[in-house]
Design a protein around this ligand. Structure first.
Ligand code: PBG
Length: 331
């Protein structure tokens, strides 16, 4: 596209900025409540259903609280929730067996939400970290994150989540080959219509800090996640990851974190045209929230930041601001 701009004064670009009505007419991108996925934390640990200290305004919820969140989401028009479990730290093991228990907190929350608010899409997290004694997304042997053994565990986890009624599975683990393995296993088990939103381009980021606090993984994590999550210095590699995951059967793809990685979101959307999401992660939420709470910036930054994802080409955004943003959009 070659924009044609005649010389001044024929071109006065301010003409179309003069009134709100004119600005509305020429606005290129819009944020709608239907573009939002709301991540929530669920727990069955007594006393843990409290506000997350590093994420003011975000709390862990019981199964009952998660159902209330789903009802609120439905009222606000938010189409999907994404569930993350906080498990009893004492139950976390090296083998991560609780990850594929039909009775774990995540699966109980899925069933309760789908029973109470069937119209809400429930997205899950597929990774072992909430169940892992050492805080990693994969199984660990002698300090090494095992790829293929982890994929087998993730498949077991996914089938149980699909049986619980999940609409969208969210593999956030960054193991190689997991999308194909999940897709084959879902087909074989008759879960043909369960969608996969792959965390395809997920970077090893310090912006996940508050989340690890929310799911109780920060104290547990041994080392870092750099042998499986991407190097923030890489952009071409993100396209290879996304191409690979789409070829293996991902229905939608994600870039994560969000705001510092909008260049990646833009090139993913341009390269593949697939449903593309970004995750405005916990550290991004914490930064904006802290600045708003201190009066350093106006709360308008919330909608502005979410609109930026749309402008970058994202179909939607996972954001802890989802209910706040939905209310702001409504009025
Ligand atoms: C882990 C997982 C993480 C997030 C979602 N799933 C953290 C990590 O990779 O350490 C981060 C989300 C956020 O920061 O809001 N499987």
């Amino acid at each position: 596209m070659t924009p044609i701009v005649p010389p001044f004064p024929a071109a006065r670009l301010r003409r179309l900025r003069r009134t709100a009505a004119l600005r509305d007419l020429v606005q290129e991108h819009r944020l709608d409540v239907k573009n939002l996925i709301w991540p929530i934390f669920v727990t069955d640990v007594a006393g843990a259903d409290v506000e997350v200290s590093s994420m003011p305004g975000v709390r862990r919820r019981t199964v009952e609280g998660a159902v209330r969140a789903a009802e609120e989401a439905a009222r606000l028009g938010i189409p999907a929730l994404c569930l993350f479990p906080y498990t009893d730290p004492a139950t976390r093991t090296e083998g991560c067996e609780a990850a594929w228990s039909p009775e774990n907190i995540a699966n109980r929350a899925i069933r309760a939400i789908k029973a109470a608010v069937p119209g809400i899409a429930v997205m899950t997290d597929i990774a072992l970290d909430p169940y892992n004694a050492n805080g990693h997304d994969g199984l660990v042997r002698d300090g090494v994150i095992l790829n293929d053994e982890t994929v087998e565990a993730l498949v077991r986890m996914a089938i149980v989540q699909a049986e619980a009624g999940a609409d969208i599975l969210g593999p956030s683990d960054m193991m190689d080959g997991r999308i194909g393995a999940l897709r084959r296993a879902l087909e074989a088990a008759g879960h043909r219509d369960v969608a996969i939103l792959s965390y395809a381009a997920k970077y090893a980021s310090a912006f996940y800090g508050p989340f690890r606090n929310a799911v109780g993984a920060s104290g547990k994590l041994v080392g870092d996640k750099k042998t499986y999550q991407m190097n923030p210095g890489n952009a071409d590699e993100a396209l290879r990851c996304v191409a690979r995951d789409l070829a293996e059967g991902a229905d939608m793809v994600m870039v994560k974190p969000g705001m510092p990685y909008l260049d990646i979101a833009r090139s993913v959307k341009e390269a593949f045209g697939a449903p593309t999401y970004a995750y405005q992660v916990s550290g991004e939420y914490a930064m904006l929230k802290a600045a708003v709470m201190n009066g350093w910036v106006k709360d308008e930054v919330i909608l502005e930041s979410l609109l930026a994802f749309r402008r970058a080409g994202c179909d939607g955004v996972l954001s802890y601001f989802a209910p706040e943003a939905a209310r702001a959009l409504a009025g």
